[in-house]
Design a protein around this ligand. Sequence first.
Ligand code: PLP
Length: 436
Amino acid sequence: MTPSTDLNESLFERAKRVIPGGVNSPVRAFRAVGGTPRFVKRAQGAYFWDANDRRYIDYIGSWGPMILGHGHPAVVQSVQKAITEGFSFGAPTEREIELAEEILKHVPSMEMVRLVSSGTEAGMSALRLARGATGRSKFIKFEGCYHGHADALLVKAGSGLATFGNPTSAGVPAEVVQHTLVLEYNNVPQLEEAFALHGKELACVMIEPIAGNMNFVRASVPFMQRCRELCTQYGALLVFDEVMTGFRVALGSAQSVYAQAIPGFKPDVTVLGKVIGGGMPLAAFGGPRAIMEQLAPLGPVYQAGTLSGNPVATACGLTTLREISQPGFFEALSRKTRSLVDGLKSAAAAEGVAFTADCQGGMFGFFLLSELPQNYATVMKTDNARFNTLFHGLLDRGVYIAPALYEAGFVSAAHSEEDIAQTVAAAHEVFKLLAK
Ligand SMILES: *Cc1c(COP(=O)(O)O)cnc(C)c1O
């Protein structure tokens, strides 16, 4: 298509004049893979259509929230009804209680939950709560885990263990991240050493249990078990950032997956977002009553939001959660995701392309590597040029995956076996190119 007839191209040019980089969130700009972002006109089920009215099978689903697919009739209906009743009141509504009850029903580690509007807000509030509840400042996070763009959380590893992290963004003063200790994911000895040095000063360990922001990397069961034991031993809180995995990898979220392997396992604080809003701006954080009662107006930890518990967003989230808690929902979704992952693996194997993949529930990741990576440094060993060939090869064939190799993918209930088969066939053609 020539630039003059590519409407994505002309929209991108226009956008770049008024919006930095032409996008309102950086990964959308295609900087990692090159080319022109697809401007979405509309979406339905497993598909979206770009500015040229070209259809794509969507494996992003708004980065996870669209677990039912786009435009699910029950969700659309509940949102339409909510809109006619009012957009926002700045006063409590019954629907907020219903959504809180629905969340707590499925994630029993939480006895109380506070609703907010974005994952970033939920993550930074959970950190403040952990610090307020323990009276401690330091905390551990892991390289490759993303917890939103709050200052104290935008940190990469320093020069060595026991040194605190460096800001990953300009505008974050070094003083603000001096309490953030960044460790390698799945590295038990390093975790033990950090606790030996700083354990009594740690407010929390914050972790993505199945990391979805360095593609798809699971915390190993022994690593997670050690996180739990050390937090308990030293009086630090274990904070699960389940913004991506919550209600996405299982109805009980990733913590239910670890509880199957580690009897009695639960985190202290859970951070949620994405799926619980069903595509509307909604997120949450919660935990045991004694911790949550530290929050304003009951306790000394301040947290607030003009649009928190928004009536339209809560309607969207509530209907989404009710739909996905129907019997058999996650079994069917998991089967479909598994068939995608298995199909991609056999297509790559048929062409002799080094490839591996993993999935849980409706979330997956694949790598142009021969073994599943255990940490960020290994994920980053992926050959960029080969990933870009795969990305653009799929895009040209009407399959939309994340435009960066460090992102996970998502299957929705609306994806059909036919969509999966088409995707695998498209990938097989691209693997032939990669094999040359
Ligand atoms: C998406 C995400 C966030 C940030 O959520 P926003 O709504 O984008 O602010 C935080 N943590 C994790 C694990 C996420 O995947």
